[in-house]
Design a protein around this ligand. Structure first.
Ligand SMILES: [Zn+2]
Ligand SMILES: [Zn+2]
Ligand SMILES: [Zn+2]
Ligand SMILES: [Zn+2]
Length: 334
């Protein structure tokens, strides 16, 4: 993630609600699509913007968002582009739910920034069936399963609890388990539906394997009964990617967005670690892996898990190239 500048020159971070230096309101502007300061009379102070803006309805009512939206002519409260994607929010009567909801919304705003970074058009997210999110808590009667179906991404609210997440991470042997990681993985399934289903299934099968055989349910049963294939490190980006071609796509897609996000951050914060520009996939991968050596050592020096735990074998490069090409199709068209 880049950082941005307030009108006073101080740095604005993605999660800021105010500038800590000059005290003015700050947040994400849905008009110019960047972090910006907002004047006391409600105008975006971002470079070249100046739009009349109002706080997102979820910023006003629940403080789960930091965005500003174009002021409506009628003065009614509206939600930002990111919050509008949440079709089902948790019960806001419970303060713990609101805290977890806030963390999920922050991850979702970061996901939309990812799409902005890679040049994916809004129209592809909003076409029917549109991308939407449900953030749901378990009830005594019903366990909420995190997943994607027909454009709807459901995330169990418990994933916003770090104790739950670490327990699950250990249980499933994952190197990382984060909210933004869930967002990236599940939108991988959405992108498969939007960009591949009925359009490029043969090309996808030639890279990720035949998604129709074995059937998804059978493949998942095999995976949970027997674990990943012994040779998974030579063929997949993660253990879970070996369970079925759809999961392979989603895991490869999530890794691709991880890489793009880290490179975007480094270009802003430590440009000496990466080359200029987005570049082609081999160049990006090389930069990411070289920077990853340094970043892993930084984490190890603090006793943290590796920031870039993945090793990318040649078989996975072709999968990442497939994902990259999906986006480049749109970048080339603009
Ligand atoms: Zn300031
Ligand atoms: Zn603006
Ligand atoms: Zn919002
Ligand atoms: Zn999945």
């Amino acid at each position: 993630m880049q950082t941005f500048a307030c009108q006073c020159g101080a740095t604005l971070f993605f999660g800021n609600r105010k500038c800590v230096a000059c005290g003015c309101d700050a947040g994400w502007c849905d008009v110019c699509r960047r972090m910006t300061a907002v004047s006391s009379d409600g105008h975006c102070l971002g470079p070249g913007c100046g739009a009349a803006v109002a706080p997102c309805g979820n910023r006003l009512a629940y403080d789960v968002c930091n965005a500003f939206v174009p002021q409506s002519a009628t003065g009614e409260t509206i939600r930002c582009r990111s919050c509008q994607l949440t079709s089902v929010a948790p019960d806001a009567g419970d303060p713990q739910n609101v805290h977890r909801w806030r963390l999920l919304e922050a991850a979702k705003r970061r996901l939309l920034y990812d799409f902005q970074t890679v040049g994916y058009p809004d129209a592809q997210l909003t076409a029917a069936p549109p991308l939407t999110f449900r953030f749901l808590a378990d009830t005594p009667e019903k366990h909420v399963i995190t997943g994607h179906a027909d454009g709807v991404i459901t995330i169990n609210l418990a994933e916003a609890d770090p104790v739950h997440r670490e327990t699950a991470r250990q249980q499933f042997g994952e190197p990382q388990r984060t909210l933004i990681g869930h967002m990236r993985h599940e939108t991988g399934h959405f992108i498969w539906m939007r960009e591949i289903e009925g359009q490029r299934e043969d090309q996808s099968a030639s890279v990720f394997g035949d998604h129709a055989n074995p059937a998804y349910g059978d493949a998942m049963k095999t995976y949970y009964d027997h674990g990943p294939a012994a040779d998974w490190p030579a063929r997949f980006i993660s253990k879970y990617a070996s369970s079925h071609p759809w999961e392979d796509f989603a895991e490869s897609f999530a890794f691709y967005l991880d890489m793009r996000s880290v490179l975007d951050t480094l270009r802003c914060q430590a440009p000496q670690l990466v080359g200029a520009g987005a570049g082609d996939l081999p160049t990006m991968l090389k930069s990411f892996q070289e920077a990853g050596v340094a970043l892993n050592e930084v984490n190890r020096s603090l006793g943290l898990t590796d920031l870039v735990p993945e090793v990318v074998p040649p078989a996975v490069v072709a999968k990442l190239q497939f994902v990259h090409d999906l986006f480049q199709r749109y970048v080339a068209a603009t």
